[in-house]
Design a protein around this ligand. Sequence first.
Ligand code: ZN
Length: 617
Amino acid sequence: MQPQENAEPYDQSDLFRLRHTAAHVMAQAVLELFPGAKIGIGPPIVDGFYYDFDLGADEDGHPRTFTPADLERIEKRMRQIIAGKFPLRYRVVTADEARDLFKDQPYKLEIIEGLLRGEFNEYGDDVEDMARAVENLVISTYRHDTFEDLCKGPHVAHTGLIPVDAFQLTGTAAAYWRGDQSRPMLQRIYGTAWHSKKDLKRHLQLLDEAKKRDHRKLSRELELYIMDEEIGPGLPLWLPNGNILREELEKLAREMEDAGGYQRVATPHIAKEEFFRHSGHLPFFAESMYPPMEREDTRYYLKPMNCPFHHKIYASKPRSYRDLPLRLAEYGMVYRYEQSGELFGLMRVRASEQNDAHIYCAEDQVEAEFMTVIDLYRRYFELFGIERFVMRLSLHDRKRLGVKYADDEAAWLKAEEIVRRVMRRAEVPFVEARGEAAFYGPKIDVQAWSVIGREFSLATNQVDFVQPARFGLTFTNRDGQPEMPYCIHRAPLGTHERFIGFLIEHYGGNFPVWLAPEQARVIPITDDHHDYARRVAAEMEEAGIRVRADLGSDRMGAKIRDAQLMKVPYMAIVGGQEAAAGTLAVRYRDGEQRNDMPLGEFVAHVRRRIKTRSPEL
Ligand code: ZN
């Protein structure tokens, strides 16, 4: 485990300035090459930058898009502007000057009016504190050469500081103006910029590797899941191979939870509207929920979370301090209406199965319980070889108490302090984010990086003092008095969907033996060896190994290639010599090979790997 490397915030770094300036240079190039273009916004982003443009409509009335040839021309013009070493000049302008400057740029005009009303910032993002935004309003621009943009910086001193061989336009995408599907569709150009050609090359290699590891692509090749338009977007169907991953993860979670004193429960997928009002999911969480269904004058909702169901189980009988902590666990299906534009493979779906549990405990037990949860996270991360992660502690925002957050600031502060103390004591790397909490308590999200450095948000964890109160949960304390328990929500593996999506990319499909849908494949050298192949497979199967004997009509070479494509950890090649000696020629997924391996020895080896959930072959 290592803390996050760069202490300097990205938006104050040299790379941020470089990329921000590259975005301006790109906008100038586009305006010169497409004189009628309207410009949207163009911020730096992780690893690069983009800018949004409106090129008007083509002959068929569709939005005109950028072609690869366009990108080449734009890049070429950018190099010329860079070579011009034009200084970036900052100036403050009045509202009227700004309106005049951008009189031909309707999107900029909209932003100027938004700025004046305190509604959004230069990037069109909504502002939380409008009064303060208006009070502190400064309208500023940055200008270089012929291009001037509504902008508060920062930038590099002159365009020549963008290394001419270390930037590249990487692609285009459609993007709605201000992310709103009812607004015009703009054309976004993505670019990346680095300090040196070497950095750029490394980045492009990583992108390439990420593409190869894309979980949607690998899932097709390895037959893990499918989506079916007729069923609906964001609703994955797990194929037999993918379902093995789910079951192995669930088995792991069950073992961990059994050892941790959890009890398993199961709850239905729907409940009445009143129930979700009671829990506060309505209205706080309404926009993420499916609309209700009605039957005999009663409205039902699909559950977006398992929590309130577990609260009911807690409340189903009187509890004493001796019963606490009470830990209820469930792999529960939840349904959330993600916007169409946000759906993404397994990463964002509309139905997902959560590795959920709720720990009910007395106030003086919260710290110890929370610590155990953090330890659980660490054990999972170690098992999966997740070396780089950071936890984000999301806090309430006092300005939104009663709107987004339960209205009890003292309780918020207390719960936040408990969580903060545990994180410090556990020496877990964490950052704090105000205004990102769940409506019922401070939340910890885990950002993890896969081995190739792609960032994922995986698990969540909350300390809840609101729902126990809403449900009137109590226990009888040592003094015989009723007391309210705290509730710790934890889902260290998040959802099956996202976690498996992460694992596919993390391992590049080369799952460790215990997870691999097919652990070994037996390949006979010729048809004469089918009997022995069958016997070998039967023996492995008996030993609990997921194995298949490939008795098809393909030649051995084709069978080996097929097993390689499916990333099977072991191939057991068998011919006359092996049959006579009761051995195997074992080919490992990484290319290693061992001949004359006694069958019993191989079986014992694979079983050991499975049992210890070893990352080794
Ligand atoms: Zn919960």
